[in-house]
Ligand binder design. Structure first.
Ligand SMILES: NC(=O)c1ccc[n+]([C@@H]2O[C@H](COP(=O)([O-])OP(=O)(O)OC[C@H]3O[C@@H](n4cnc5c(N)ncnc54)[C@H](OP(=O)(O)O)[C@@H]3O)[C@@H](O)[C@H]2O)c1
Length: 364
């Protein structure tokens, strides 16, 4: 019986793949981090594929006829896999040989018209722009008109590769970063370029001045700012005028510190993009560790009444906060983005909005 190993075989395409292999009487070992159970009838190795020592230890003396790696996204991961599986398999099939239905393509299929990314959305050192390249690839491969899709990216932060984030909003860096983003996205001008975070070591006016220069040079037609205070919004608006079009701050039912910035953005006619609108990666803002809150109960109850998920109600609620709100929910699963896109169809009545508002912690 041929022995297959599927890396990341517990979700969507992976499940389908495992099913097909099993139907053909192949023995399947699934490797994942254990966040989701492996499909029935498979051998399951729970290990982080990015941890080379742990991966080699978990593999022990196992050998395979074919290893299918569906979640190899970076050269660093490819190198780890190549070393860990050396001598253990006759064939190693990387994700690039399988058409994975990625979240960006799912977003386009669902009618999403704004994709938010950043040059710092990568994990390993030296891979700046990784997510921008994924977005550009999804758009290029889409095969249908995507000229109505706005790709927004950001510059001014870095990821050294140890999990931490750095800030660099010097004009020189921002101008270099924007040009690099423009090239990666494969466009003449970046649809919307956002200054990711104020740099405490650089006067705000100087960082914003770099956006002015990028606008004048035609590298960007519109500018945005992120993680900002009302004073910073006012100053940027004075410098950039109508070319300042958006503010991106953290805002969700659980985190409402940016209520003043939301109000000011609405007043100035700036799009307000709440980041982590659902509360953050891998957790819902409604599922706090200390058990259900009044907000949890209200969002879940109204969700049940609409036949929707609490996340969809969260997005629908965000849309009621201001006509300029455009939530940017993150998703690693196509199903998440499809479900989020459907949230625009949900209309919350005045009464429901009041009930949610009353159940939420007091806002600033
Ligand atoms: N400007 C900034 O400084 C900054 C900082 C952080 C984030 N952001 C932006 O904000 C975006 C979103 O933030 P985030 O990813 O941290 O937090 P988030 O959108 O609040 O939460 C993402 C999580 O929610 C899940 N999810 C998404 N849609 C769902 C749905 N309809 N139903 C159920 N679960 C759903 C996702 O699941 P799956 O992964 O399983 O699909 C993921 O675990 C980022 O992509 C980025 O563009 C900006």
């Amino acid at each position: 019986m041929p022995k297959f190993c599927v890396i990341g075989g517990s979700r969507y395409v992976g499940k389908l793949l495992v099913k097909r292999l099993q139907a053909a009487d192949h023995q399947v070992t699934v490797i994942n981090r254990g966040s989701t159970p492996a499909p029935a009838g498979t051998e399951h190795l729970t290990v982080d594929r990015n941890d080379e020592a742990a991966l080699s230890a978990a593999l022990g003396s196992a050998t395979f006829d074919v290893v299918i790696d569906q979640i190899c996204y970076t050269p660093v991961q490819a190198a780890i896999a190549a070393r860990a599986f050396h001598g253990r398999t006759r064939r190693y099939v990387m994700t690039s040989t399988i058409e994975v239905y990625d979240p960006a393509t799912a977003a386009l299929d669902a009618g999403v018209t704004l994709i938010d990314t950043a040059d710092s959305y990568h994990w390993y050192a030296g891979e700046a722009g990784h997510n921008e390249l994924l977005v550009a690839r999804a758009l290029a491969r889409y095969g249908r008109d995507t000229s109505h899709v706005l790709v927004a990216t950001k510059g001014g932060r870095g990821r050294p590769g140890d999990g931490s984030w750095t800030v660099n909003a010097t004009p020189a860096h921002l101008k270099r970063a924007a040009e690099a983003s423009r090239k990666r996205l494969g466009v003449e001008a970046i649809g919307l370029y956002q200054l990711h975070k104020p740099d405490p070591s650089v006067p705000w006016a100087e960082s914003v001045g770099a956006l002015r220069e990028l606008l004048d040079a035609g590298t960007i037609p519109a500018a945005g700012i992120s993680n900002v205070t009302t004073a910073q919004i006012r100053q940027a608006h004075a410098i950039l005028g109508d070319a300042l079009v958006s503010v991106q701050n953290q805002y969700s039912p659980a985190v409402r510190d940016s209520e003043p910035e939301l109000r000011l953005s609405t007043q100035l006619g700036l799009a307000f993009l709440p980041w982590s609108p659902l509360g953050g990666i891998s957790r819902s803002s409604l599922d706090g560790p200390s058990g259900p809150t009044s907000a949890t109960i209200a969002f879940h109850r109204i969700a049940a009444e609409h036949g929707a998920s609490p996340q969809q109600i969260t997005l629908a609620w965000l849309l009621t906060r201001s006509p300029t709100v455009i939530p940017v929910p993150g998703a690693s699963r196509p199903a998440s983005i499809q479900s989020s896109a459907r949230a625009v169809e949900i209309e919350l009545s005045e009464e429901e909005q009041t009930q949610l508002e009353d159940a939420l912690p007091l806002s600033g």
